[in-house]
Design a protein around this ligand. Structure first.
Ligand SMILES: [Zn+2]
Length: 126
């Protein structure tokens, strides 16, 4: 199985930051610790988490190191960026809504497949 590297996932974030029109944001991508997810009220088996400060245009994406494969990890980065795109003026600690999360997964997966088909992508499959 193809394990993701953080440098590949940061490249994916940079690429999609441009594609999604978020170029004026400073976005960091790192592996999460168990404590990070606990501090953010995330499920321990969440694939990723995203928090942001609108006033500073900063966003911090944390990823679960135990992601199953690179493709899922790349799609998770895109998922988290879509959160930022869709909710940047809302409270990031909103209630978890499974239907909304599934919709973001669908959009992220389609974007990832479209990009890889069109250009070969930039992450693990480049
Ligand atoms: Zn989500």
């Amino acid at each position: 199985m193809n394990k993701p590297r953080i440098t590949q996932l940061r490249a994916v974030a940079k690429r999609y930051q441009v594609l999604l029109g978020l170029v004026d944001w400073q976005i960091t991508v790192n592996w999460a610790t168990k404590q990070d997810f606990a501090d953010r009220d995330c499920y321990p088996d969440a694939l990723g988490s995203c928090s942001w400060q609108v006033e500073y245009h900063t966003c911090r994406i944390l990823l679960n190191r135990n992601l199953v494969d690179a493709e899922t990890a790349e799609s998770t980065v895109i998922h988290e960026l879509i959160h930022l795109l869709a909710e940047q003026s809302d409270n990031p600690k909103g209630k978890y809504a499974p239907h909304y999360e599934r919709a973001l997964n669908t959009i992220a997966d389609l974007l990832w497949q479209w990009d890889v088909t069109r250009t070969g992508g930039c992450g693990a499959n480049a």
